[in-house]
Design a protein around this ligand. Structure first.
Ligand code: F6R
Length: 248
């Protein structure tokens, strides 16, 4: 595992964009796995800057988002589809039909989850998966206790995650209690993974993921088995690590 420690959130986004841009140069079409939340915002800003500067072309990029709330329309301002349009897709030359977010409004959720997984497999898999991490070690909406081999499916959110996400809603009761998420097994199939984390409040989760045992209590710890994972984390987030790491 490669651990890159950067000084702040802006550097975190730039460094992750560098890693992905380097990989994009090797391929004529590229499949990205994307996350929502506060963490990847600096990465998406850097993608937009590079796209506008003519340094990064999204016309042959296909994306698959990690997760979506069950019961929120794509037009709802807290849906992850809305988030992605607002923070990335509407600002780069990507074809909207090549952007995929799980369908939280599907009549048959199980079938739509299987279809999502199949679409990823049929396109040849994800070239680069972007991840954030929850304070409890979750990746996507794979909460502690999730099967480390899990694929895309519906999950009930923990109270901790509902409380953490309540900041985006008017009140906690408005936060959906279920979500569709790619599984940990889906993430493990990605060719490369970059996990971003910033802030002291993520330091415990990052320590457990990198230096703790591989265990479903910390879903991100499964990445210890991945062949190509890079953590790009801020100094405050790396404060508890004993492993050697690169400092940028
Ligand atoms: C969202 C996702 C989540 C977040 C995590 C951290 O698509 O995959 O696992 O990455 O909850 O959220 P932030 O970045 O808001 O701290």
């Amino acid at each position: 595992m490669r651990i890159i420690v950067v000084k702040d959130t802006e550097e975190m986004g730039k460094k992750a964009a560098d890693l992905i841009a380097e990989e994009m140069k090797k391929k004529t079409s590229f499949v990205m796995g994307l996350a929502t939340g506060s963490t990847p915002l600096s990465l998406y800003k850097d993608f937009i800057r590079r796209n506008k500067a003519g340094e990064m072309d999204f016309s042959t990029v296909t994306t698959f988002n990690l997760d979506e709330y069950v019961g929120l329309e794509p037009a709802h301002d807290q849906s992850y589809r809305y988030f992605m349009d607002e923070n990335l897709f509407d600002h780069v030359n990507i074809l909207k039909e090549n952007t995929h977010v799980p369908n939280g409004m599907a009549e048959d959720i199980d079938a739509s989850c299987q279809e999502y997984e199949k679409m990823i497999d049929e396109i040849g898999g994800i070239d680069y998966q972007v991840l954030g991490i929850g304070g409890n070690g979750h990746i996507g909406f794979n909460e502690p206790g999730s099967s480390l081999g899990s694929l895309t499916r519906i999950k009930t959110l923990t109270d901790e995650t509902i409380s953490a996400n309540a900041r985006f809603f008017e009140k906690k009761e408005d936060v959906p209690t279920q979500a569709i998420t790619m599984g940990i097994g889906t993430t493990m199939k990605a060719k490369k993974v970059v996990l971003l984390a910033n802030g002291a409040n993520k330091a415990d989760a990052v320590k457990a993921a990198l230096e703790g045992p591989i265990a479903s209590i910390c879903p991100a710890s499964a990445l210890q088995l991945h062949r190509f994972v890079t953590y790009v984390i801020t100094e405050d987030c790396a404060a508890q690590l004993t492993l050697n790491h690169e400092t940028v």
